[in-house]
Design a protein around this ligand. Sequence first.
Ligand code: FPP
Ligand code: MG
Length: 298
Amino acid sequence: MEALLKVKKQIKIFVEEIGDKKSIELLTLLSEGKMLRSKLILKIAGISDESIKLCAIVEMIQSASLLHDDVIDEADTRRGKPSINALFDNKTSIMFGDILYSKAFTQLTTMDKNIAYTISNSVTLLSVGEMMDVDLTQTFNTSYDKYFEMIYKKTASLIEASAKAAALLSGKDEEAFAIYGKNLGLAFQMIDDILDITADSATLGKPAMLDFVEGKVTIPYLLLHERIEDKERLEKLYKKPLNEKETQWIKEQMIETKALEDSVKQAQTLGLEAIEAIKEYNNQDLENIMSDMINRSF
Ligand code: FPP
Ligand code: MG
């Protein structure tokens, strides 16, 4: 059986173990993701009962965080499908998130202590990152440090922990793989932030150009704000619904100031640093994960 299918089956088994019919139903309604973290774990640690279990745990934590995130962001869709909060309500989304999250932690206690510590610690960072993200949308943030700290915690920490845990599981250099995972995670979030501007809503599965309207000053906007002459005009559009003309203006300025181009370059640099960290392992698959992620269109 294909390895990712094994992971999905393991998640189903864990949820069935809970013995709650509604949880089983809700699991079938979750939209499927790219399973980036599982792909990473399997490429580092290979396929075994333990690595499949680790993947299932990480995917359950990831799903739980998105169930909560969709409530926080008041999102109606997730990957082009209705979110659980839209299909049911906020309460259901939060509670099912709690169920997935706590079941994942129960399973984590059956694993090696170092692995359990690595993963559980990253969930604390993840939660702090989400809180930072919410706080940073209150006013126009112009600090790169705050942006990078936030995306590290919110997105990169669980990817870093997944890579590190997979290395621990298979006796590889956990520090090198942690660096790979961290940089992959940072680049992943930056590409997400770029696609919000460059991709259309059909490809994204959510409205395009939403970040700025929602108050998120992501890397292309940080660079744009720093470089643009008419800062006031940009600041006036912050957290406002944008019409076609305004959207076009922002996109033009992004290109003119090279804010978009340089954001992509920064993500690529992080990608190269990630590959450099694990070069002695000569793992073409991990290099491909990185280049596919950087070159993706959704
Ligand atoms: C998506 O961000 C959200 C995250 C990557 C992390 C969310 C984390 C929490 C809610 C902490 C709670 C954790 C658990 C395990 C219960 P986004 O809104 O920028 O991306 P999106 O466009 O995919 O929604
Ligand atoms: Mg969200």
